[in-house]
Design a protein around this ligand. Structure first.
Ligand SMILES: NC(=O)c1ccc[n+]([C@@H]2O[C@H](COP(=O)([O-])OP(=O)(O)OC[C@H]3O[C@@H](n4cnc5c(N)ncnc54)[C@H](OP(=O)(O)O)[C@@H]3O)[C@@H](O)[C@H]2O)c1
Length: 266
């Protein structure tokens, strides 16, 4: 079909909106690192934010207070994302406090790194339970409510490691790669219900997680990264903001790489 560029119709361009006023977001692992940056970024664009935490609830309290200073409503909830009963209880509490959830950011995650030769079954199980099954449980608790309301956003925090693998991270890479298949499948299932499902794949970001990585290994990462430095949590939060915003209404089943160019290879 030909497009008539001279028609006034084609000149009316809808400007992208990043306004999240009136929306409620759940950010798992919002107590620190990338999750904290996501919670504050979404709140600074008007979203109410439910933050979940596990061992760092005193940090979650600070994030909750910071969100409230920005204006939106916020509460934090202690739970183990790897325990389905605790996830159900957390979801009930969130829905009692906020009535509905429009945005879910599955961010909580752990590492238990070891070469495969030395990796124990416990290290495998704990990473899969939190990073993959935990995402299943939390998504199960909220996504159908979004579909019933005809609008929703799910963003799963994967990793470049889920795309290319990493020495000593077979468990983590398997979980993060699993998230990509999960994301694309749900994107197809919910596309006609107004719910988009996307993933973000950070490179190496300066948080507690990378503080455990030996300095020499981080130096090697920096050398492999075209921009020549580690990323900051706010740089991931900016990508999440785009994916959950009204501006990204036509983006679903996408994996957004935010890694300083690392995935181009060298
Ligand atoms: N940093 C990176 O370079 C990088 C790169 C790629 C992807 N990622 C991913 O980004 C996400 C955030 O990582 P981060 O770097 O910000 O790490 P972080 O600073 O260690 O934060 C991890 C968050 O997950 C929460 N969490 C951990 N285990 C949990 C559990 N069992 N139940 C509920 N919450 C739990 C923590 O809560 P508490 O503090 O309350 O225990 C914390 O808020 C993770 O999914 C990670 O895999 C990170």
């Amino acid at each position: 079909m030909a497009v008539d560029e001279s028609s006034p119709q084609t000149e009316r361009i809808e400007l992208p909106s990043f306004d999240l006023s009136g929306k409620t977001a759940v950010v798992t692992g919002g107590s620190r690192g990338i999750g904290k940056a996501i919670a504050l970024t979404l709140a600074s664009h008007g979203a109410n934010v439910a933050i979940t935490c596990y061992t760092g609830c005193k940090f979650a309290e600070d994030v909750r207070n910071h969100v409230c200073e920005l204006g939106p409503k916020s509460h934090y909830y202690a739970h183990d994302v790897g325990n389905p009963d605790e996830v159900r209880k957390m979801a009930d509490e969130v829905l009692a406090d906020f009535d509905k959830v429009d945005i879910l950011v599955n961010n909580a995650g752990i590492t238990r790194d070891r070469s495969f030769k030395k990796m124990t079954r416990e290290m495998w199980d704990s990473v899969i339970a939190v990073n993959l099954t935990g995402v299943f449980s939390v998504t199960k608790a909220f996504i159908d409510g979004m579909a019933d309301n005809g609008w929703g956003r799910v963003v799963n925090v994967s990793s470049i490691v889920g795309e290319v693998g990493n020495f000593g991270q077979a468990n983590y890479a398997a979980a993060k790669a699993g998230l990509l298949g999960f994301t694309k499948s749900l994107a197809r299932e919910y596309a006609r219900k107004g719910v988009t499902v996307n993933a973000i794949a950070p490179g190496f970001i300066r948080t507690r997680m990378t503080a455990e990585v030996p300095e020499k290994a981080l130096e090697a990462v920096t050398n492999m990264t075209p921009v020549g430095r580690l990323g900051e949590p706010g740089e991931i939060a900016a990508g999440v903001l785009f994916l959950v915003s009204p501006a990204a209404s036509y983006v679903t089943g996408h994996v957004l790489d935010v890694n300083g160019g690392m995935s181009m290879g060298g």
